[in-house]
Design a protein around this ligand. Structure first.
Ligand code: SF4
Length: 319
């Protein structure tokens, strides 16, 4: 990424300082690093391959949401999976903002114009969000636009302006197939900046250079750091070079929580992912009863009315 730019607002400067690492301080990895990680992952998952194939011959897909689900309240995770997703102004807000950021990375827009352009593009997409937006009332669209313009304005005041040299990319899909496709680690990064660089030499050294950023339009959740470590794993297994850093950018706070990616971070992401896949498979094959873990998510749980521990927590959340 570029050096510190003059004329930044304090929050922009702080975010830039957090994510910027001079080239000479960026870690390098030998060419075989990602293959070793893949071998470790596949060795740890081997005994789950048959169960995965029995669940879905095309492979079991695993997202950061699945992992957060099985490490939280498993009963809610299963209930969510069985509940058809419905778009609404709050659920559409993040996607519209990401699209507006994506468009703004390639052309200068005023926030209102960027949000209008994002809505136009998303309506044109032949998917569930496109049809929700096409059918939305004037009031819903006005509400969504106002929300997203406010968030994008905030983002513009707190995140450093995009530079072409950073190679910004938004809504980046990434997948890593393991064990011949029995498992597919699936990610969609909100924003990436920078790229790895091949250095060559006898070890085929690669220098890390990419920062993966999750744009958070809501509150912090305990799994935010783990979500991004999962993305670092997916990136390493798919591109072959670990990212330089990962960070959650909380738009309302105008603050980024950044973490440098190291071999230790990837190892811990790998262990958690393998553990989570084992839990997911045992849950989906009905090998055990789902755990119930009451807490703040009970407020939005689709089965809370019939859940005893959930009702107890809801009646006295401070206890
Ligand atoms: S109400 Fe709470 S404890 Fe019960 S299933 Fe939902 S999230 Fe879990």
């Amino acid at each position: 990424m570029a050096e510190t730019a003059p004329g930044l607002l304090p929050a922009q400067q702080a975010a830039l300082h957090a994510i910027r690492t001079p080239a000479e301080h960026r870690p390098t990895y030998p060419a075989g690093f990602a293959n070793e990680l893949r071998n470790d992952a596949e060795a740890a998952l081997t005994e789950l391959v048959d169960a995965a194939r029995s669940l879905d011959s095309r492979g079991v897909w695993i997202s950061k949401r699945d992992l957060a689900g099985v490490f939280g309240c498993e009963a809610r995770h299963l209930a969510d999976a069985d509940t058809p997703f419905e778009w609404s102004v709050p659920t559409a807000r993040g996607t519209v903002l990401h699209k507006a950021v994506e468009l703004s990375t390639h052309r200068r827009f005023e926030p209102e114009d960027a949000v209008d352009a994002a809505l136009e593009r998303l309506v044109a997409d032949d998917d569930s969000l496109g049809s929700f937006l096409a059918r939305a009332s004037a009031g819903e669209l006005a509400d969504l636009t106002a929300n997203c313009v406010a968030l994008l304005t905030r983002f513009g005041e707190t995140f450093p302006p995009m530079q072409r040299a950073w190679r910004p990319a938004a809504e980046v899909r990434a997948r890593a197939r393991l064990c011949g496709g029995a498992f597919v680690l699936n990610g969609k990064y909100d924003l990436t900046l920078g790229s790895p660089a091949p250095l060559g030499g006898p070890d085929g050294l690669q220098r890390a250079g990419k920062v993966i950023i999750d744009l958070k339009t809501g509150s912090r959740t305990p799994t935010d750091p783990e979500d991004l470590r999962f993305y670092a794993l997916v990136e390493t297994l798919s591109v072959g070079v670990p990212p330089l850093g990962i960070g959650s950018f909380y738009v309302a706070e105008g603050r980024i929580e950044h973490e440098a990616v190291t071999a230790g971070v990837l190892d811990s992401a790998l262990r958690r992912t393998v553990d989570g896949i084992g839990r997911l498979i045992s849950l989906r094959t009905d090998r055990r009863e789902a755990r119930r873990v009451p807490g703040p998510p009970c407020r939005w749980c689709p089965i809370s009315a019939d859940c005893e521990p959930g009702q107890a927590w809801l009646s006295d959340p401070d206890d």
